[in-house]
Design a protein around this ligand. Structure first.
Ligand SMILES: Cc1cc2nc3c(=O)[nH]c(=O)nc-3n(C[C@H](O)[C@H](O)[C@H](O)COP(=O)(O)O)c2cc1C
Length: 204
C-alpha cells in the first residue's frame, strides 16, 4: 500500500481507500482499518512516505454500517437523488466543510437525474468535488465553466500513477485492468500482488 500511494504522490490530494475505524465492522474483503495503535502506526508510515515524496494525503475514515453490499441497500430510489443532494449540500454549508464530493452516477446505473447542478446551486463555501466517468477534457471544461471545482479521478489515477504529469503533457493514458480491481488474478488463483496495483508504468 505504501508503494501504491507513494507512486501517486503527485496528486493534488490523495484520498485513501475506505478505511474502517472499527475492527468489527469490516465491509469489504481485505479492507484496511485504522482502529488500534498498531494500525495507526502503519498508516503513519504510509503518510510519512507520501509526505516525503512531496504529496498530501487524507485517510478516508469509514464505518461500513449497512453499506456492506449494494444488495443490502435501497438503491432504487429513482428521481429523489437531486433533492437529497440539495439537502446534503445545505448541511455541508452549515458545517463549514472544506468540500463536498458528489458522484454524478453510481456503478449500477440506478441513480437518475442531474445531481451536479443542484449541488452547485446549493453549495455556498465548500468546494464541489465530482467524479464518475470523467474524461480529462470534460473535467477541464467543467472546472473552467464553474460547474464544479475539482474532479476526483478514480480509475484513471489507479491506472496512471503519474496522472497529473500525463495530463500536463497531453500524453496517452494507461487503460485500467478492470479484472484486477480489488485483487490480482492469475488463472483461477487470486492473490494480492503488484499486478494491476503497483505495476502501471509511468511516462519515461
Ligand atoms: C477498484 C476500485 C476501488 C475503489 N475504492 C474506493 C474506496 O475505497 N473509497 C471510495 O470513496 N471510492 C472508491 N472507489 C471509487 C472511486 O474513488 C471513484 O469514485 C469511482 O471510480 C468513479 O470515478 P472514476 O470514473 O474516475 O473512476 C473505487 C473504485 C475502484 C475502481
Amino acid at each position: 500500500m505504501k508503494q501504491y500511494y507513494v507512486q501517486r504522490a503527485s496528486a493534488g490530494l490523495v484520498i485513501t481507500e475506505f478505511t474502517s475505524i472499527d475492527n468489527d465492522a469490516i465491509t469489504f474483503h481485505r479492507e484496511p482499518c485504522i482502529a488500534d495503535d498498531a494500525q495507526t502506526a502503519k498508516w503513519k508510515e504510509i503518510v510519512d512516505a507520501v509526505h516525503a515524496a512531496g504529496g498530501r494525503i487524507f485517510c478516508q475514515i469509514a464505518h461500513g454500517g449497512r453499506a456492506a453490499h449494494p444488495s443490502y441497500q435501497d438503491m432504487h430510489r429513482g428521481e429523489t437523488a437531486p433533492d437529497e443532494v440539495k439537502f446534503i449540500a445545505s448541511i455541508a454549508n452549515d458545517f463549514g466543510l472544506a468540500y463536498l464530493h458528489v458522484m454524478r452516477a453510481d456503478f449500477f446505473g440506478q441513480q437518475k437525474g442531474d445531481v451536479l447542478t443542484p449541488a452547485r446551486e446549493t453549495l455556498k463555501g465548500p468546494a464541489l468535488v465530482v467524479n464518475m466517468g470523467f474524461e480529462v477534457d470534460e473535467a477541464k471544461e467543467g472546472v473552467a465553466a464553474g460547474r464544479f471545482d475539482a474532479v476526483a479521478f478514480g480509475t484513471k489515477f489507479l491506472a496512471n500513477p503519474d496522472l497529473p504529469a500525463r495530463i500536463a503533457a497531453g500524453a496517452a493514458l494507461n487503460d485500467p485492468k478492470a479484472d484486477l480491481f480489488y485483487t490480482g488474478k492469475v488463472g483461477d488463483l487470486t492473490y494480492t500482488g503488484p499486478e494491476g496495483y503497483t505495476d502501471y508504468p509511468t511516462l519515461p
